[in-house]
Design a protein around this ligand. Structure first.
Ligand code: 7TS
Length: 415
């Protein structure tokens, strides 16, 4: 018998009560939501914050002297301080609201800072990047910029020694995920940033799978840019953050133009607003950002270290129980110390979409496919995988349900 989770400071059952969607039944079964790496569920506090904005003080921000606009502006701008504290940034000017990680990375790749890259300059990525930290860089190849990739070991960890070789004086930027959305591997981002800086390159960290799950400290990691999504950390969809060191953001040109990002406009020219608004053209997702602020409060009340501890225990339990299933191939490190709450696997030769369909019959939501990491899936020698991913509201009992359903699937597919 495997020992059940015994957490003193963490009560997933209590947390679950805040998530109305978890009461849903799917195909007659109690929903088991194991797809938080794609997007997390939202607690009623976040849902209510959005509702309160629309029903009590809906107005555009930064442009009205009227009461509602002032209240909306205050609530929206107040969230910057919460984000700052969450990631230990220095000043609010470093916190840019975006639609998500994808937009955050595209602001960096699309800005003049990187438009100044020249033929022969190099970018260093890894083979485990999500498409949103890969495709924007590949688009630079047509300007003669070379993109190089650090490979993985058989256990799904990065070949760290390759950073020392691939990062050279030609390297302008190193862009790496803090944690893989497919393998779960937690990378040594601090060390990677250090190697980048030793070679006068910048370090961008894709923290989409890190900020929601563990303490992240931009000062300690000394990264130049950090990107993450609000919707993966209990916040609304269409929210995200680009953190950047102030001197870099000051140097960068905006990538979107229009209202709110300007200081003065004349028919002959325009001047840009101060940071952070220079990068926030047009009416933003006001309700979403306000909801994100409540999500951050919720996470910080639990404590990011406690969340990491809970997920570490869940992944340890999942690795232990799933590996007993006949015919299963689990990808990524087997050591929970260096793995987030993500487990991708394949069962014999069953196609992941078929497997996910059988799991759905059992009320279990997982993701199947390439998880927006096609090069990594290919590198693993697969065309697709099935992925279960955990968050604060998941329990060992749900992992038991997954294991039971996988055993059932083995019978269905005769493997
Ligand atoms: N980077 C990583 C590591 C991610 O996991 C994701 C989304 C992104 C970037 C992009 O975030 P977005 O909010 O801009 O879309 N990952 C996933 C996933 O694993 N399944 O669906 C989305």
């Amino acid at each position: 018998m495997l020992e059940k989770l015994k957490l003193k400071t963490f009560d997933a059952e209590e947390i679950r009560k805040d998530f109305p969607i978890l009461e849903r039944r799917v195909n007659g079964k109690q929903l088991v939501y194991l797809d938080s790496a794609a997007t997390s569920q939202k607690p009623r506090q976040v849902i209510e914050a959005e509702k309160a904005y629309y029903s009590e003080y809906n107005a555009n921000i930064h442009r009205g002297v009227h009461k509602l606009s002032q209240e909306a502006t205050e609530a929206y701008e107040g969230v910057r301080e919460k984000v700052l504290r969450l990631i230990n940034a220095r000043e609010k000017e470093e916190i840019i609201y975006t639609r998500g990680t994808t937009e955050a990375i595209n602001i960096v790749t699309g800005s003049v800072l990187l438009n100044s890259l020249q033929k022969g300059d190099e970018i260093v990525l890894t083979v485990m990047e999500h498409h949103s930290n890969l495709v924007p860089w590949l688009a630079m190849k047509k300007r003669g910029i070379d993109v190089k990739f650090v490979d993985i070991n058989d256990d799904g960890t990065l070949k760290m020694e390759q950073f020392e070789v691939l990062i050279t004086k030609k390297t302008r930027i190193v862009a790496v995920s803090c944690a893989s959305n497919l393998l779960g591997t937690i990378n040594d981002a601090r060390k990677i940033a250090k190697i980048a800086h030793e070679n006068d390159a910048l370090a961008l960290l894709d923290a989409a799978q890190a900020v929601p799950h563990m303490p992240v400290d931009v000062k300690a990691m000394d990264c130049d840019f950090l990107a993450f999504s609000g919707h993966k950390m209990l916040g609304p969809t269409g929210t995200g953050i680009l953190y950047g060191k102030r001197y870099l953001l000051e140097e960068m040109e905006p990538v979107q133009f229009g209202g709110d990002m300007i200081k003065e406009v004349h028919l002959t020219h325009a001047t840009w607003n101060d940071l952070p608004w220079k990068f926030e053209a047009g009416t933003p997702n006001i309700a979403g950002v306000i909801g994100l602020g409540v999500a951050i409060d919720y996470l910080q009340k639990i404590g990011l270290s406690n969340i990491r501890m809970h997920e570490k225990q869940l992944i340890a339990y999942a690795l232990k129980t799933l590996k007993e299933i006949k015919g299963i191939r689990i990808f990524g490190p087997m050591d929970p110390e260096i793995r987030g709450g993500v487990i991708s696997f394949n069962l014999a030769d069953v196609h992941p979409h078929d497997l996910a369909t059988v799991l759905d019959y059992e009320g279990i939501a997982v993701r199947s496919g390439h998880h927006c990491a096609m090069p990594l899936t290919e590198r693993l020698g697969e065309t697709a995988t099935t992925r279960a991913s955990f968050y604060i509201y998941n329990t060992e009992e749900e992992i038991d349900r997954l294991v039971e359903a996988l055993e059932k699937a083995r019978k269905v597919f005769g493997v």
